[in-house]
Design a protein. Sequence first.
Length: 1131
Amino acid sequence: MKRRIAAGCAALMCMVMVLSLLGGLGPVQAEVPEESIQTAGDTDNESSVPESQKETAGTEETAVFKGESSENPQEGSSGESHETDSADSSETPMENGSRSDAAGSKEDLQETVDNIKVFSSQPDYSQMYTFSQGTITGFSDSYLNSLPEENGFRYTDIVIPAEINGQKVTKIGSSAFLGSTKRYEGIRVKRIDLSEAVNLVTIDSMAFYALGSIYSEMDSCSLVLNEGLTAIGGNAFNGQKTIKGNLYIPDSVTSIGSSAFSGCGFDGTLRLPENPSFKEVQGQVFERCHFTGSLKIPDNVTSIIGNFAFSENDFSDIVLNNGITKIGGSSFMGCGQITRVRIAGKTDSGAAVELPDVLSVLDSNVFKNCKKLSGWVKIPDGVTSVGSSVFTGTGIRTIYMPDSDTVAYTTNFLFDTTLNAAVFPTKALYDQYQPKMNSGSRQYCAYPLTVTFLDEEEQTLATREVLYKRPLNYHETANGWETDSGFQFPETAESMAGYDIGWSFTKGGKVVAANALVTGGTLYFSKSVSAPQITFEEVKTKEYDGKTEYIRCSASHPLAGEDGEYTFLYCTLKGNDSSFFYVSDEPFVYPVTNVGDSMRYVCYVQMYEKAHPEYRGKWNLSTWYEYFATWVDIRQTSPVYHPQFPDHVPVGTAVSQIPLKLTSGDTPGTVSWDVSDAVIKEGEQTLTWTYIPEDTENYISAGLTGEAKITGDVEYPIHIETEGRGTVDPDIDSCPVAGQLFTLTPEYGYKLESVSVNGMEMIQRVQQSDTGKVSYTLNIIPVGQTEMKVIFAPVKTEDLEDMAEALPDAVEDEQDIRDILNMKLHYEALDEQEKSSVSEDTVKKMADALLQIPSVEVQTNLPEAQGEILSKEQEAYLLSCMTAEEAEQLLDGAIGRFVVAMHVLPKDETESDVADSVAQVLGDYQIGAHYEIRIEKQIYENASSGEPDRTETISELGIPLRLVLTVPEELMPSEGTVRKFALIRTHDFGGKLVSQVLEDLDMEASTITVDSGYFSTYSVVYADSKKEEESTETEITTEPQETTESEESKEEGSGSSESTAAVNPTRPDGPSRPGSMGGKNGKGAAGTAGQNVKTGDQAPVLPAICGIIAAILASALLISHKKKTAHQKEM
C-alpha cells in the first residue's frame, strides 16, 4: 500500500512541476503525510534563505522541492530544503507583467495538489535590491511592499550575493542600509550576510550604520569579509551590537574609515590587514567593540592618527611594531584587561609598556584607565610631544622621562595619577621641565642622586642611591622606584629624652624621617628637639541636647614644664575673627553648648625656649609650632511638647477658660489657644493651639501647632458620699459632665465594697484600671439629680488568701507584677495582730511570688567551705524585710532593682563586749569559730546601675529562718571523741547584748542547724566526751526536750540566754511556723529515737529489732502469696 502511495505522489509531483513551468497553475500548497514522501536535495545553500522565511515556516508541514544543484548562487535554487509560510513565497511580478522562463525558475512556487507543498528558496536579488553598475544602493520599494506584516513589522535579511543577473556585486553604496532611512520604517532586519559577496571591493560610508530601529531585533551573527575588499567607509558598521565573534580584515584592505566598526558587538579577536598601503588607523574605528585576546599592529601601520581608535576593548595585551611614529589621543583608553604593551621582535625589557623607538607623538589619555598595567615605562628619547594624563588610572608607578631637551610636555602630563616618580635622567632636564609642570604633576618629578651620610666628625659613613624630591626610603627595583620596607638609617648614638637623634639635610637641622623628601646630597648627623605630643579634642556635629562639651588642646614634652627649658603658648581664633580671643600659656579648653557656638575654631600651639621670652608669639623663632582646626556645628533640635487639655467641658465655657498646659518633661515654652474668645457649644468641636519654646536659639520654633477635640457637655448636679478609706476622682458635689468617668481607689488595707448610684448597686459595672495601684473606673450618665455612694471596706484575712490563690505561678507581664506588689502592700497595711492571723501558706505564696519579679533578687554570700545556709524554700522569706514604701516604689518605677543579700563572714575574734556576753552562757562549751551573719537591703534606682543608690542593714526579720551552718573542717573531732556542737547567738536587743545557746537541731555531724530571726554574731561552740564501749544491753533513748517559755525566761534572767519575747516578740515558736520544721531539710530533730543520751551515737538495738520485724513481715507475705497461688490452681 505504501509503495502505491509513494508512486502516486511521485507522479503527481512531476505533473505539478510541468504545469508550473508552463504557467498553467497558480500557487499550489498541500500537506503530505510524512511517511509517504522522501525529501530530496541537500541544505548546502540554506544560508541564502532569509531568516524571516525560516522563522515563519509552518512547523507541521513537509516542504519538498527538486532542481539542479546551485553551485552558482544566481543559477536556480535546487537541492535546498526550507520551511516557509505561503505568504512568504508569493510570486514577484516582473516589470512587464509576465515572468520569463529564467525568472520563473527562480521564484518560489507553491501549488496545492492534494497534500504537497512545492517551492524554491532563493530570493530574486534583482527584485530585492536597487542595483546598478555593480553597486547595491538599498532595498527596492517593491520588495519592501511585498513583505508580509507580522505584529506591525516586516522582517527580512540582508544577504549580499556575488552577482545579480550575471553582473558582479562590487560595491555597497553609501547609506545603502542606513538604519535611519525613512523608507525603512517598519522594516526589521534579522541578519547581515556578506559571506557570498566574493566580488565586493568597496563598502561605502554608513552602509550598515545601525541608526534607528531597523536593526533593533537583529539576531546574533558573524561578519565575513572576503579577500578582494579594499575599502571600508566611515561608520560602515557603526553600532551593530549583534555582530559577534572574531573580525578578520583581509589583507586586500587598504583603508578603513573612522568609526567604521565603532560600538559593534565583537567578542573575539581582531586581525588587521597586512598591506603596505594600509598605514594609518583612523579615529574610533574599533572603539567599544569588546575584542579579546592579543592585538597585533602590523608592520605596515606607521600611525594611529585618530582618537579612541581601540578604546574600551578587552584586549589582553598589545603588540606594537617598532615603526609607529604617532599614537593618537585615547587610543587604548579604558582597555581594562591589558597587562602588557610590547614591541614585536624586540628584547623584553621588563617594562609594563614598551614604546616604539621612532615614536614622536604620544597624545593625551593614550593608556588612561588601563588599570591592569603596572610597573614602569620608558618614554623614547625621540618623542617630541607628550599629552596629558597619559597613564592616569593605571598601575604604572615609575615613568622614565626621555633624555631630550626638545620635548613639549602638556603641563598636566602627570595629573591625577598615583606615580611614585617621573624620573628625568639629569638634574639639568629636571630643572628645565619641573617648574613648567602644574602643581599636581610637579610633585612626582625627580632625578637620580647619591646621598652621603656624614657622622659627628663629618666623615663618610654610608651612601645611598635616591631620587631628588622623592622619599628617602625609595629604591629602584625591577618594577621601578618603590618604597623600601627594610630601609634603615646608619646607626647613631643612643637616644635622649626630648631629642630626635638621627640625620638632617642641614647642619643642626631637624631630624628627618625615613619617608622624608630628599632635598640635598648630604645627610648630617643631627640632634634636634623632638616634636611635642599634642592632644586635640573636637566637638563633632550634633543636634542641640543641652549638654556642654569642650574643645581642648594641650601639649606635652619631656623638656617642657615648670623646670624644663621650653614652654608652650596657645592662641585661638574663632569664626571669621582675625584676632585671637584666647592667648595663654595654659592649655586651651573652651565649652560649647548652644547653636550659637557653631563656628570654626583654630588653635595654634607654639613651643619656644624659656630663655628667650621675646620668642613668645613669634612663630618663625619657634622651636616648633602647629595649628589645629575644627568646625563646630550644633543644629537646632525639635522641642518636646504634649499639651494637655480636658476632653469634655461644660457648654458655654469660654475657650480662654479651658485649661491648656504642657506635660511634665516637655520643653519649657508657652502654649495657647489660637482663638481664645470663642465659646464652647454642645457637641464635639475642634480647637487649634500654638506652642513656642522659650529657647528659640536652640529649638525649632516655626509651625508648632496642633488640634484639640473638645466636647461641650450639658451638666447635671451630683452628690458623692464615701465610707471607709479611699478616694473618688473627681470628688465633686455638683455639675459633672454627662458621661463622666469616675476613678475609685481604695487605700491599701481596704477594698472597694460597694458603689451605688441613685440607690442602684453598680459594683458589677466597675472595671479595674490598668494602673499601678488597685483602682477602678465607673462611667455614669446622670440625668437630673444624682446620688452616688461608695463604700471602702477593710481587707480581711480571707481576702488576702483569695489574692494569694490568684497569684501567677510565673510572672508573664506587668499586670502580674502589679498584682503581686498590691498584695504585698495590702498585707503591710494590716496591723501586727491582723498579720499574725494570716496563714503561713498565704505568707509563703506571697514571698515566693515576690521572688518571681525580675527586679527583685535574693543573694547569699558565703565562705568557700560553707554549703547552702538557706534552703531554696527559705530564701523567699528574706523578702519579709521589704517595706510598704519600697513595694510602692517598685510599683511606680522609683526603684529599678531590689536586692536582699545574706552575708556570712568569718571573724577571727569578736569585740570585747561580745566576748563577755558569750562567756556568760558558754558553760561546758568551748569556742571554735565566730561568724557575722548580716542581712543587707540594696536599692537601685536604675536597674542597670553597677552600685546601689542606698543600702540598709537588717538585724531581725519578722519570720525566723532555718540556718544550716557547715562545721569548719578544723573543728571536726578526732577518732574516739564525741563532739557536740551548738551556736551561741549574740544580739543587741535595744542597746543590751544578749547571748543565747541555740542547740543543734539536725543529726548531721558536719552541720549545725538552728532557727533564728536575728542576725549579728554567731559563735560555733562544742563540748567533747569520750566514746563509751559498745554495750550488749539496750541503752535508754530519749527525745530532746524543748525549752519552755518559763525556762527561757529564767535563762535570760540569769544572763545566759534571751527570753522568748526577745527572740520572737510577735509570735510563738513551734513547728508550724516557717523555719521550725524538725531537722535539716525536713529531717527529724537532733535527738531522735534510737540515739544514745550520753554520746549522741545511734544505739545498735533499734536497727536489729527493725531488721527482725522486716524479716517476719516478708515471710508472712511470701506464705500468703503461695497459699493464694495454690488456691487459684485448685479453682
